[in-house]
Design a protein. Sequence first.
Length: 235
Amino acid sequence: MAGSTVLVVDDEPRIVQFLEENLRADDYSVLTAADGEQAIDLLSRARPDVMLLDVVLPGMSGIDVCRRVRGGDVGTDPWDPELPIIMLSAKAEHTDRVRGLSRGADDYVTKPFHYPELLARISGLLKRANRIDERHKLVVGELIVNTLSKEVTVGGLAVHLSVKEFQLLSTLAGDPERVFSKSELLEQVWGFKSPGRTRTLDSHASRLRQKLGAVSDRSWIVNSWGHGYRVCTPE
């Protein structure tokens, strides 16, 4: 899909240059890395939509990079563990392909590759990822909560939340017309069977309201006194 960002990870300058020139000509943004360590570093600072990953790299192999990405934790690692990955390799044996796919790659393309075919695979993978992504989006006006990537935006601006703040928001946004009681939220988000006297929910709701309010004039988290909390729906 034109407009998406592709991360090319390969230690062969000729291949990197070829892919960069052609992908840019097809309206993709391109990031490049010459080895696995550079790829991981880039993933900690950028959010590509798909990664073209060479299997044989100096130092950390492509298999190790794939394993590292797939083993990521959305609460602690800065990259998306579900990042679409296409492995590129001169190894064309069936066992090599199976090995790459079993380590978490979404597709496996052998070198030398036919660029139009690779482009079609990139486009198809991005379309499939986008359909999956849409099914995991909770939308309340300008507020979008992605339960798959754990991303939250308001009017297109990113909001960075802690794990519990995200769980609280996704619970409220999952049924925006409803007021959730405090006991319900404490059980669903924190697992408290007997809430007792605790300010945990109120303090998290307050921080969540502040973070959302920093990028929007709307007060997204509404305290329904005597009942609980709800998300503010558009008028």
